[in-house]
Write a protein that binds this ligand. Structure first.
Ligand code: GLA
Length: 397
């Protein structure tokens, strides 16, 4: 643990440094399985992460969401549900570690979780110690049952508890963006949710009354103005992915591309054991993953909005860029992009390109086509699809 003595004489602990230096990549049980989870699912998911080639492209965290908890014992120690996790969490962590992967767990700042299980309120230090003893590598910390609680204080308590427990764990803040965590959580967690939960659709939202679920585009639109808060070790989290859960292939490709461009954590939410070959190929696209995992860690900016067509740009290391052309509509859109007519500028990272002066080569990360910026880019974008390019510098004119 690192402890700092502040000017006022106060001691405070730090979140684990060196973790999530690029957006964390893994899987989480919630989107597909909700409370229907057990140790077999977790073991089989770890097996599938390796077998399906996901580990090879960088996915490593296998995260158990809500509903793993049983009761606290007489000393207040949290126990896993004995029916669903009879071998215990230490054995599960050993299994997952044996595959070269890492294990994540879930709790909540309130007395009860969103699924009505025991939360960590009043047990923060004890729970963090328990997780460390089990070999947990990642803690997602939710925000149900917290009336009257101050989010910054509650999340800072858990950060300090994790630091005191002495095992480096990614700390994933999940309070849905309600208290603007981007303004205070940079030193508290490794990522913070910016929105309510994702809903499995491209352009819709679902409000059954007690909560709202947002589709892919609705979440994207809520990231406006947040990019300056993201960077290595502290990311805007757009929630777990719905790739492979029923959207079209174009929508799934667009969904993953958007999350990669925006440097959001990439936490899969489908059944890895039984996904189709099409889903597997989408999730293991090395070019798209490389954009997400670029070491600069700069979140994309929107450089053009023209009706249903939007263009996003993400500066990459080595004077490179990723560009994403997004068709938001359910009609095809024709793109005719004159590179030379648009100066590509990012004030945040102080990067710019004048294509009148410099020719960049591009490669299409989905179709594998190539070209350069000396000629206009012409393409037809299918409904709800993207064209995602890596621009490499600079080809000689
Ligand atoms: C909240 C979170 C979800 C999930 C559920 C579990 O809704 O935002 O991601 O963890 O709780 O109950």
């Amino acid at each position: 643990m690192t402890v700092f003595i502040g000017a006022t004489g106060n001691c405070w602990a730090q979140k684990a440094e060196g973790l999530a230096s690029t957006p964390q990549m893994g899987w989480n049980s919630w989107n597909k399985f909700a409370c229907d989870i057990d140790e077999r699912l977790i073991r089989e998911t770890a097996d599938a992460m390796v077998r399906q080639g996901l580990k090879d492209v960088g996915f490593q965290y296998v995260n158990i969401d809500d509903c793993w908890q049983g009761q606290r014992d007489a000393d207040g120690n949290i126990q896993p549900d004995p029916k669903r996790f009879p071998s215990g969490m230490k054995a599960l962590a050993d299994y997952v570690h044996g595959k070269g992967l890492k294990l994540g767990i879930y709790s909540d700042a309130g007395a009860t979780t969103c699924g009505g299980r025991p939360g960590s309120r009043g047990h923060e230090y004890q729970d963090a110690r328990t997780y460390a003893r089990w070999g947990i590598d990642y803690v997602k910390y939710d925000w149900c049952d917290t009336p009257g609680l101050n989010a910054e204080a509650a999340y800072t308590t858990m950060r300090d508890a994790i630091a005191k427990a002495g095992r480096p764990m990614v700390f994933s803040i999940c309070e849905w963006g309600m208290s603007k965590p981007w303004e205070w959580a940079g030193h508290v967690g490794h990522s913070w949710r910016t929105t309510p939960d994702i809903y499995n659709c491209f352009d819709c939202e679902y409000s059954p009354g007690f909560s709202t679920g947002l589709g892919v585009l609705r979440i994207l639109d809520k990231q406006a103005n947040l990019r300056k808060f993201a960077g290595p070790g502290h990311w805007n989290d757009m929630d777990m992915l719905e790739v492979g859960n029923g959207m079209s292939e174009d929508e799934d490709r667009a969904h993953l591309s958007i999350w990669a461009m925006m440097a959001s954590p990439l936490i899969l939410g489908n059944d890895l054991r039984s996904m189709t070959e099409a889903t597997r190929r989408i999730l293991t696209n090395p070019g798209v993953i490389a954009v997400s995992q670029d070491k600069l860690g700069v979140q994309a900016l929107r450089i053009l909005a023209d009706g249903p067509l939007e263009i996003y740009a993400k500066p990459l290391e080595g004077d490179q860029w990723a560009l994403m052309f997004l068709n938001r509509s359910n009609q095809a859109v024709d793109v005719r992009h004159d590179w030379k007519a648009h100066l590509l500028t990012d004030d945040l990272s102080k990067r710019s390109v004048d294509f009148k002066q410099t020719v960049y080569r591009w490669s299409d990360l989905w179709s594998k086509k190539t070209g350069d910026t000396s000629a206009k880019l012409e393409a037809r974008l299918a409904p709800h699809s993207v064209l995602m390019l890596r621009l490499t510098s600079p080809a000689k004119p």
